[in-house]
Design a protein around this ligand. Structure first.
Ligand code: SAH
Ligand code: SF4
Ligand code: F3S
Length: 473
């Protein structure tokens, strides 16, 4: 089979994931094998771990080799047109496997399921199963249905499904860092965004089950958890027995208290919802990392209004000031969209200047891609020509590269507590770690007795735009 040729950037974006589970090849434990590939955001990768757990219970073991799988799943993303094109290309390759190995079932999971179910099933005959993000509990029944030759579909979205009780099988894990999904869906209606349509209403997961999952991960040797949601700051859960209201600030605290050796991160924060309480909680606990992903999308108030982000340029800048005041060494990263409907050159320059103002340590940068059914697609014309979108994006990327380098240069000479995630990819004699600000720190092992999951104190001696280099002190 021809390997899919992905550009480097595309791989970063899609992070094609091959999954495996313990005992995958133990025929006595698992009668059949499944292969799962995930695209899109971290929430999708976490969902694949829930899918793996559900399938494990039904007697399916995971394999890293799609050619030996009985079931092939693609967990899909709809966020930009390119993400969808990549998935379709992949599905035509899986069809070839089906042709050489009849009986292999191919399933589409995740965010493209709802939007494209009829197209997948009828017009193109590419797939046997289509299962939306809230319907994974019905997977075993759907697989059975598909095995009899019927097309199996469930794309119903739910108001309350959080998979709270399902303990995810950790796929491709480094054994040190893990993700915990704390909520699903999104109630914001950013006009460019398809997520509210693909994932449905926002709902928060039972706080107790989140803390229990963090505790279990810690007991198994994990040393860092990232709490995941499209808009974590609107987390809201009421404990039915005590009537206690658990906000995101409270949840952060509960997870931080699991153990001081367990680092806590979170993503994503919507600027309009992050509270002062959250900032004070981060400042109070050493193990809550000093890093906030705070997507701005645009630096211009008129464009922000069209995007329905509900904040202005000045309001966002004040939020950045507040963060830096309460957590002085806090790193901030962002998402930017270049060339949104009607964006002028001057408005684009507002995005560049707000990047300079916020001094982002890192950013995810995109050009606008119209998504069918969204508010923007219905109301506005996608009128910025592609070449202009691309040129503006390049200016944003170039600026971010400079800001990342400058931010790293400022760290040279500083000392950080870092968590070791594993061996450096480039050298067996060096460790790869991260500091609280989420920066990658590489340092030589020397003769010290450190392991994956150990904390070390490292003095930074040099840097590149993406990495800090240091020595143990
Ligand atoms: N919930 C997060 C982001 C989720 S999507 C938030 O509110 O910030 C991740 C990023 O993809 C977004 O922040 C946005 O920058 C980008 N994105 C979403 N829809 C897009 C579109 N139609 N075109 C280009 N980029 C888009
Ligand atoms: Fe999309 Fe906005 Fe929700 Fe983020 S907050 S997922 S950008 S609608
Ligand atoms: Fe994509 Fe769905 Fe995530 S559209 S970015 S996989 S929520």
């Amino acid at each position: 089979m021809e390997a899919l040729q992905l550009e480097k950037k595309e791989i970063n974006e899609a992070r094609q994931g091959e999954a495996y589970a313990p005992f995958a090849h133990d025929e006595n434990v698992y009668k059949k094998k499944f292969y799962i590939e995930s695209y899109g955001c971290q929430m999708n990768f976490s969902d694949s771990e829930i899918v793996a757990s559900i399938l494990n219970k039904e007697g399916f073991g995971a394999t890293r080799n799609c050619e030996e799988a009985d079931l092939i799943f693609v967990n899909t993303c709809s966020i930009r047109e390119k993400a969808e094109l990549t998935v379709r290309k992949r599905l035509t390759e899986f069809r070839k496997i089906k042709q050489t190995k009849p009986g292999t079932l191919v399933g589409v999971l995740g965010c493209m399921a709802e939007r494209l179910k009829s197209k997948f099933l009828e017009e193109e005959k590419l797939v046997d199963l289509v299962v939306g993000p809230d319907a994974y509990r019905t997977l075993p029944a759907l697989v059975e249905e598909a095995e009899t030759g019927q097309k199996a579909v469930n794309v119903l979205l739910s108001r309350d499904e959080t998979y709270a009780d399902i303990s995810p099988v950790r796929l491709n894990s480094n054994g040190v860092t893990a993700f915990i999904s704390i909520m699903r869906g999104c109630n914001n209606m950013c006009s460019f965004c398809v997520v509210p349509f693909t994932r449905g209403r926002e709902r928060s997961r039972d706080a107790q089950s989140i803390v229990a999952e963090a505790q279990d991960l810690f007991n198994r040797g994990f040393r860092e958890v990232t709490l995941l949601g499209q808009n974590v700051d609107s987390y809201y859960f009421v404990n039915e027995t005590t009537n206690e209201i658990i906000t995101f600030a409270k949840l952060l605290e509960l997870v931080a208290l699991v153990n001081p050796l367990l680092r806590v991160r979170f993503s994503t924060s919507h600027p309009k919802d992050i509270t002062e309480d959250v900032l004070h909680t981060i400042a109070k606990y050493e193990n809550i990392c000093n890093y906030i992903h705070l997507p701005v999308q645009s630096g211009n108030t008129r464009i922000l209004q069209l995007m329905n982000r509900t904040y202005t340029r000045e309001w966002y800048m004040a939020k950045v000031d507040q963060i830096k005041k309460i957590i002085p060494d806090c790193a901030i990263s962002s998402d930017m969209i270049a060339g949104f409907c009607t964006e002028t050159e001057e408005e684009h320059r507002d995005t560049l200047s707000i990047m300079e103002y916020s001094k982002y340590d890192y950013s995810y940068m995109f050009f606008y891609s119209e998504r069918p059914g969204t508010l923007a697609a219905r109301r506005f014309q996608d009128d910025v020509p592609l070449e202009i979108k691309k040129r503006r994006l390049q200016e944003i990327v170039d600026l971010q590269n400079r800001l990342s380098l400058e931010s790293n240069q400022k760290d040279v000479g500083k000392t950080f507590k870092v968590l070791i995630e594993g061996q450096s990819k480039k050298s067996a004699d060096a460790w790869m770690s991260r500091n609280s600000q989420n920066k990658v720190v590489i340092f030589p092992k020397r003769n010290y007795d450190f392991q994956k999951g150990s904390y070390a104190t490292v003095k930074i001696t040099g840097c590149s735009q993406a990495t800090l280099f240091g020595e143990i002190v």
